[in-house]
Design a protein around this ligand. Sequence first.
Ligand SMILES: Nc1ncnc2c1ncn2[C@@H]1O[C@H](COP(=O)(O)OP(=O)(O)OP(=O)(O)O)[C@@H](O)[C@H]1O
Length: 222
Amino acid sequence: MQPIIRFDQVSVTVQEKTLLSRVSFSLYPGQKAVLAGKSGAGKSSVLRTLLGLHTITAGTVYFQEQPLSAQSIQAIRACTAYIGQEPVLGAENVRDALLLPFQFKAHRDRRPSESQIIEVLRCLKLSPELLGRDSRRISGGEKQRIALARGLLLGKTVYLLDEVTSALDAESKQAVFEVFAEPRFTVLAVAHDREWLRRSDAVFSIEAGHLTRLGEHGNTGY
Ligand SMILES: Nc1ncnc2c1ncn2[C@@H]1O[C@H](COP(=O)(O)OP(=O)(O)OP(=O)(O)O)[C@@H](O)[C@H]1O
């Protein structure tokens, strides 16, 4: 099986600051990996580089074994959901925010039914009552789960998650873990939670832009 994501000796320098230094790792379809490290270590930079948001100074990022290019970035974005720490939902009302991508030609024929929407919300422990709310007036954890729900409704299979469970209570956290245990989903999650570490196939630790692999199959020493 070929990796879905592969970093080969990737360095990123922005305005003379090195964000990533010779980072190498592979992620295979269906794998769940965690990126751990202190604040400012470079975790988000890995995700942003994969999305084509940073210029690579040296090395190569491969997606489905194709080097990153304008074309492969489109391919990445088509199957990937990136959920940042503060997702911008892009519409005033939560329902409109959830349905926003389905207004566009690429997704118009996949517009979900009301029951599909409610089912996805239920899986993420979100009340349907949220649909009528102002999306600027919901909590950070709810915003992240609405962004996750949107990814699920869009049929995304690769999830780049930046601390999506850190604001959640135990029950909601568990619901998110269960959703992402799905074998179809490839997950690269910035997380500190022990439960993420326990459930992951691989743990990558980043320190000052240097990445090392800590372990796999939950055997990480955490
Ligand atoms: N566009 C940029 N230009 C210059 N420096 C940047 C840029 N983006 C990030 N940095 C710096 O690069 C380093 C790594 O940032 P990054 O956001 O990847 O860290 P992180 O590990 O995700 O941190 P946190 O856990 O606090 O979110 C930090 O020192 C940050 O200030």
